[in-house]
Structure formats: C-alpha cells, structure tokens
Design a protein around this ligand. Sequence first.
Ligand code: SAH
Length: 220
Amino acid sequence: MSFSIQGVGMTSQRTRDRLIHILKEQNIYNEDVLNTIASVPRHLFVDEALSSRAYENISLPIGHGQTISQPYMVARMTELLLEGDSVKRVLEVGTGSGYQTAILSKLVFSVFSVERIKPLLDNAKEKFRQLRLNNVLTQYSDGGWGWPQKAPFDAIIVTAAPEILPMSLLEQLVDGGKLIIPMGRKGEQELLVFHRVGDKFHKKTLEKVSFVPLLKGKVP
Ligand code: SAH
C-alpha cells in the first residue's frame, strides 16, 4: 500500500512539485496550503485510469456526473478559509472525491463533510481510512441544510454552486466565522465570501468560477 501512496512516474514527487510551481504562478502564497497540496496524494482520489493526470491543474470526472475540484480552486478556497482568526471546526458541503476534505483535515482541527451521493461518500470514506485522516466526520445528507447537530462552525466551504444562498449555512457560523461559496447559474458563477459579525453578514465577491450545481435531496 505504501507503494501506491508514494506513487511512481506521473504521480511522483517531481510531478507534484510542478503543480506547486503552477499554483504559485497563479498567486497562491500560503505556504501551509502549498505544502499540504504537495503532500496529499491526489491520484488516490481519482480513478486509476486517470491517475497519470492527477497532478495537472484541472478538474477530473469522479463518476455520477461529478468532478474532483481543480487544484487551483482547492488551494484558493483553502487559503481564504485560513485567513484571519484561527479556524478549528470546518463544515464542507460536497465531499465528492474527498480530496478537498483531505487537504482541510491536515490544516484544521476537525472537518465535518456532507455529501448527497452515497457511493461517492462511501468511496471518500475509504480514502480517509487508508490515509488515517481521523479528524474527518462525514454525513450522507443534503448539505443545503448544513449539519445543525454539529454547528456552529468557524468556517463553511461549499464545493457545489447553488443559485440561491442557503440561509441555514449562514446561521451555522460562529460570530466571526465565514462561508466560502460559489454561486450562480452555469457559466455565470462567482466565488463569494460571507463574514459573520454578530447577526450581520458582510459579502465579498471574488473571481469567476465553474462548479457543478448544488442539488437538493439525497441519491442512494
Ligand atoms: N470537493 C469535492 C468536489 C466534488 S464536486 C472534490 O474535490 O472532490 C461537488 C460535490 O457536491 C459532488 O460530489 C456533489 O454530489 C455534491 N453535492 C451537490 N449538491 C449537494 C448537496 N445539496 N449536499 C451535499 N453534497 C452535494
């Protein structure tokens, strides 16, 4: 098993270092984020047939019409999440492959991650076991409702785009917490950050992005 985790050829350390170089060129500065991306084996989170492309700066299909996020996007959102006050408890909506979850698990105290497609979640959980990511807790549910039993969170990161802001997510932030969320219809999405100050929310609009849609309900 250590063989597949270390990786060879296209999944080698040199291939990963090339990705880090590209992320730096795209203005990712946070050293903790860069080091974590360099150390987490992204090829384990995609189908073996795609593992030779795992360290390219692209999103890749993971089945069920979903994708593993582009490394740049994972880096950017993680960097935003770590900005400012110390972040301990994080909710992620959209576990998908589990790659973003794994990155977060190395950088914060605990990660709560929810996914609406059961086979994707089961697959991701298996990776967390293999990599011994013991600070990740998952739930099979519609994450538009957040995870009220585990709230409040210091930060919430949403990896699929709704057209309308899910208000329950804002309610599950601590005072001073932030929600990082892509929003809008296909082709016109933007990355937004909402900062909670008391019962007020300050909205910041960042770059244009492209995510799969946040959908309702659970898929067995
Ligand atoms: N962070 C993941 C991104 C996967 S794509 C990765 O890098 O692999 C977004 C994921 O959000 C998909 O797996 C999709 O099934 C999930 N998703 C969409 N709507 C959801 C919802 N309402 N609740 C939970 N997960 C949702």
